[in-house]
Write a protein that binds this ligand. Structure first.
Ligand SMILES: C[S@@+](CC[C@H](N)C(=O)[O-])C[C@H]1O[C@@H](n2cnc3c(N)ncnc32)[C@H](O)[C@@H]1O
Length: 207
């Protein structure tokens, strides 16, 4: 198993479960607008967590009440358990489900970025690469937008990173229900060395 130090938490991972979070986490959460939004948030959830790069980074950054991680991939269980044990963390939960039952002050996610199984005809996603990259008919995203309101505290927000190779803000605007506000931060590299550019959606309750 490999590891990376994120704000003094030794985060364990296997290369195949890195969906880009390893390289994006520092640049993304150092962005002034995003860093400010994450300050003081007590109950944090990372959806599509993989090994939990975003969640553990935020937990190491400042004292928080709890970190919840969820992902569909059961193979992550021993990896995340290793991070919890080796860092002696007692406020972290990982579950293989979509949503935990409670509400959160901060939800972060790096979801699958493509609804095309063979984008740019570069080779079809299969196996773990399909799980990481492919969201058929944007079904994961649609469920996320429709159910987010019920999982945010009144002052809570969600921060979602997307890849301009797979979508742009127009792709998702039509799926976002009236009960949510959305703000976009577009065309970011966040320290990424390849050709991709990323954008971030910040979602909060519409009162
Ligand atoms: C782009 S990867 C991000 C992984 C990690 N958070 C990172 O930043 O490197 C997307 C993750 O979403 C998970 N995933 C895919 N479909 C899912 C679903 N329907 N429900 C929950 N997790 C899902 C995959 O297992 C994968 O870990």
């Amino acid at each position: 198993m490999k590891d990376i130090n994120l704000n003094n938490i030794k985060v364990f991972y296997e290369q195949e479960y890195d969906g880009g979070g390893y390289r994006l986490v520092d640049g993304m959460f150092s962005h002034p607008r995003i860093a400010k939004l994450c300050e003081g948030k007590q109950k944090v959830l990372e959806l599509c967590s993989g090994p939990g790069f975003f969640g553990f980074y935020l937990l190491g950054k400042e004292s928080r009440e709890s970190l919840h991680l969820t992902d569909i991939n059961e193979d992550l269980i021993p990896i995340i358990r290793e991070t919890i044990i080796k860092n002696d963390l007692n406020n972290v939960i990982f579950e293989t489900k979509f949503w935990p039952s409670e509400r959160f002050d901060l939800v972060v996610l790096n979801p699958p970025h493509h609804n095309d199984i063979n984008p740019h005809k570069k080779g079809e996603f299969t196996g773990i690469s399909k799980l990481i990259n492919y969201d058929e008919d944007w079904n994961f995203h649609k469920k996320f937008f429709n159910e987010l309101d019920g999982h945010l505290t009144d002052d809570g927000c969600a921060i979602v990173i997307e890849n301009h190779d797979g979508s742009d803000s127009n792709t998702f605007t039509k799926f976002i229900p009236d009960n949510l506000n959305v703000e976009y931060i577009e065309h970011q590299k966040f320290g990424w060395k390849g050709s991709s550019e990323f954008f971030v959606m910040i979602l909060s309750k519409n009162d």
